[in-house]
Ligand binder design. Structure first.
Ligand code: MN
Length: 291
């Protein structure tokens, strides 16, 4: 099942080029959820609600996806995790760069030593929201990544059990303002964590460690990722993160960028494509100071 959030906080099931409105399910789930729960109520309720949501979608008239505004498929993650240095060719390309200060290209050889980092929840947007670029005098770059969406609370999750904890997958853009500051600071700007175009539930993705994802900036192919090249694969990433944190339903996890990162300027349109996950299309604009 492909689940999206659209327009003013509506929930939809995507079928072909159409979206079927199932907001009534979202309303009921949210009404029954505790305010102090950690994580996203709708993602947490999916195992119990899935068949009802599918029935509702089958009865709901469809609307063309092209006519709706796509938001992040998760409304309220408790955290956004991200892996740095998780493709060898990306580590190599960053080390060989001469256009950045030395401390902006530091790349520990091992993600185990680098650790993962957190991006602010307030930086998360869906594809129709656009990316409001800040600091035009600095280099802003795209990083296309596979995003894991956690489905179930868990801590100290063994690698072999990771699939039990996953609700689904999406594509993500870990937008990055390059520089010497801490990663979390530079990668948490409003709009710098794009997730979309929707979430594909885990049952539709037989092997997340064998997905081909491409990124075009305007008409230029910039990045090609094959997730089989991940240094820490999806299972190891979940094991690693959950050895530090409890994971909650709706938590999102950017798995790291492959090689080919490049500049993004106001007016550029980025297109992330994956056969299994759809096409994420988003346009960058200049952030207006005070707006
Ligand atoms: Mn990244």
């Amino acid at each position: 099942m492909k689940l999206c959030r659209f327009d003013e906080d509506r929930l939809g099931v995507v079928n072909g080029d159409m979206v079927h409105d199932v907001t009534a399910a979202q309303d009921e789930i949210r009404k029954a959820a505790r305010y102090d729960m950690k994580g996203d109520a709708v993602i947490a309720a999916l195992p119990q609600w899935r068949s009802r949501i599918e029935e509702m979608a089958a009865k709901a008239p469809g609307k063309p996806i092209s006519s709706v505004k796509l938001l992040s498929p998760v409304a309220r993650p408790s955290k956004a995790m991200a892996a740095p240095t998780n493709y060898k060719k990306h580590i190599d390309e960053m080390r060989s760069r001469t256009d950045l200060p030395k401390d902006a290209t530091r790349m520990p050889p091992d993600i185990g030593k680098a650790g993962i980092f957190l991006k602010s929840n307030s930086s998360i947007v869906g594809s129709s929201e656009g990316i409001p670029l800040r600091f035009p005098d600095r280099l802003n770059e795209h990083e296309i990544e596979l995003v894991i969406i956690i489905g179930k609370q868990g801590t100290d999750i063994p690698k072999a059990k990771f699939k039990d904890y996953i609700a689904g997958y999406a594509m993500g853009l870990d937008m990055t303002c390059r520089g010497s500051e801490d990663r979390s600071f530079r990668k948490s700007i409003d709009g710098y964590s794009v997730i979309g175009p929707w979430m594909v539930t885990a049952d539709e993705i037989a092997n997340p460690d064998d997905l081909l994802i491409t990124l075009h900036c305007n008409d230029e192919l910039r990045q090609t990722a094959d997730t089989k090249d991940l240094i820490y694969d999806c299972g190891r990433l979940i094991e690693f993160a959950s050895s530090f944190y409890t994971l909650y339903p709706g938590d999102v996890y950017f798995t790291g960028t492959p090689q080919g990162v490049g500049p993004v300027k106001a007016g550029d349109t980025l297109r992330g494509k994956c056969d299994a996950l759809g096409e994420l299309v988003i346009t960058a604009r200049q952030h207006k100071i005070g707006g």
